[in-house]
Write a protein that binds this ligand. Structure first.
Ligand code: PHE
Length: 465
């Protein structure tokens, strides 16, 4: 069932497939969220567990998304309508598109902050800000950060600019937009990462940070850390929302699904671990605690850059600027894929042009994103189920829609879809060996759904484990 549909876009090359999918995966999740979780979860022990979950849970879900998307060649909701007409499986697609709107809205708020920090570091104002405060303690950057995020207008303007950038890429279509910009941005991103790792490893005292990353301290591993690692693996690989169902609907018949999934997992994990190698050696080098939480990138690191700047102004300036450019590029390649989940659905379901569909998505996310942004400032008191909009959206997507979507997709592919269709997709019509695919089927049918069910139940009923 490989109904090529010439009216739909498609990726032009295997490299494009891998870079676009890896672009979706590599994002704030790798460079901002991963080091935060590593810092809290005791370093190397967390990384080991995380690697296990990537391989056993998130990678199988990615394969399921690829199988669904390429065999149906439709958007996240349309795919389930085609493969299981009239069946409740469509719920997985609906949750995915809904999740796409929510995730793009809150993600773009943080991406907007990143844009602000990029501009500030380019203008040399990160350092300026600190000399204004003159104290150089983390409090100063903390205060500056809080003043910025609680402003009613500024973060919304940055949010709008970031959404516009995302919009411009998505509106240009698959090959001329998503593929072209991924091919441009991903190599640049990898070069910046390597440069920053080299910088950071040569800082005095960097070895302490490297040790933190490489020596597992199992005493730090609590059930919470284990569950955090599972959630992080999902978020980081962008699985569970149908984002990769949408992307893989543009794959060609020749694209090797297993090979592509492996490559994306390797690139994503490499970037996450390398981000750790950028952040922790520098943080340890200037003697700041590694477990600062979400403020790590916007409060701790400006402090680090500032101290560097005091000693070696050029190095401090370049390092800070490169770091925020890296974060911005990573956020952009991910937000494009979130936008595409919704744009593909609207344009196909309502049979409207891509540009118009993209505009609708951008406007809706601007509105929802503004709600999220205001929840750090004037709307701090406005809560739904006890949470501000930002936290509510974040919670709904990462703790609810992603695991449930992933669970449904593994069950759908492992137990509902015709076994021959699944094998055909995995092996490209037997061009690849069936025997090597068998262990993957075990992961899809058993290991992944059971593992995900455990996270999911724990999220709903925290006392479960
Ligand atoms: N994987 C992205 C990141 O690591 C986030 C993402 C989630 C992207 C869901 C698309 C869909 O930042």
């Amino acid at each position: 069932m490989d109904t090529g549909n010439s009216a739909r876009g498609s990726f032009g090359s295997q490299l494009g497939v891998i870079l676009a999918s890896a672009g979706s995966a590599v994002g704030l999740g790798n460079i901002w969220r991963f080091p935060t979780e590593v810092g809290r979860g005791g370093g190397a022990a967390f990384i080991l567990i995380y690697l296990g979950f990537i391989l056993l849970l998130a990678m199988p879900v990615m394969l399921c998304e690829f199988i669904i998307g390429r065999s149906a060649r439709s958007n996240a909701i349309g795919a389930f309508q085609k493969l299981a007409p009239g069946k409740p499986w469509i719920a997985a697609g609906i949750m995915g598109v809904l999740g796409g709107f929510l995730v793009l809205s809150f993600y773009s708020v943080v991406a907007g902050w990143t844009l602000h920090y990029t501009i500030q570091s380019a203008l040399g104002q990160l350092q300026g800000q600190c000399s204004m405060f003159n104290g150089q303690s983390s409090m100063d950057f903390g205060a500056a950060f809080n003043v910025f995020v609680s402003d009613p207008w500024q973060p919304i303007i940055y949010l709008a600019v970031f959404l516009l950038l995302t919009h411009l890429v998505v509106a240009r279509g698959i090959q001329h937009g998503i593929e072209r910009y991924s091919k441009l941005m991903m190599p640049l991103l990898l070069v910046i990462i390597l440069l920053l790792v080299c910088f950071s490893l040569t800082m005095p005292g960097a070895a302490e940070g490297v040790r933190f990353l490489l020596q597992p301290d199992l005493s730090e591993v609590t059930p919470d850390v284990v569950l955090g690692a599972m959630g992080q693996a999902f978020f980081s690989l962008s699985v569970g929302l149908g984002c990769l169902v949408t992307y893989s609907s543009y794959f060609s018949k020749e694209t090797r699904l297993v090979n592509s999934a492996m490559n994306v997992c390797i690139i994503d994990t490499m970037v996450a671990v390398l981000s750790g190698f950028i952040i922790f050696p520098t943080v340890f080098s200037v003697g700041i605690a590694p477990d600062a939480g979400p403020g790590l990138v916007f409060i701790t690191l400006p402090n680090v850059f500032n101290l560097m700047f005091g000693e070696m102004p050029v190095v401090g300036y370049v390092f800070a600027l490169l770091f925020y450019v890296l974060l911005l590029l990573a956020a952009l390649t991910s937000s494009i894929s979130m936008h595409e989940i919704c744009t593909a659905f609207i344009s196909e379901h309502f049979q409207t042009g891509r540009r118009r569909a993209a505009t609708i998505v951008t406007l809706i996310c601007l509105l929802l994103g503004a709600f999220c942004s205001l929840s750090f400032g004037p709307w701090q008191e406005v809560t739904v189920f006890g949470k501000g909009f930002f936290d509510l959206f974040d919670f709904t997507v990462t703790k609810f829609l992603m695991p449930l979507g992933g669970l449904l997709m593994t069950l759908f592919v492992g137990w509902y879809l015709d076994r021959r269709l699944v094998e055909q997709q995995l092996t490209n019509d037997e061009a690849l060996s069936v025997r090597t695919m068998r262990p993957l089927l075990v992961l899809i049918r058993w290991v992944a759904p059971i593992g995900i069910l455990v996270i999911f139940l724990n999220e709903l009923f925290p006392l479960f484990i």
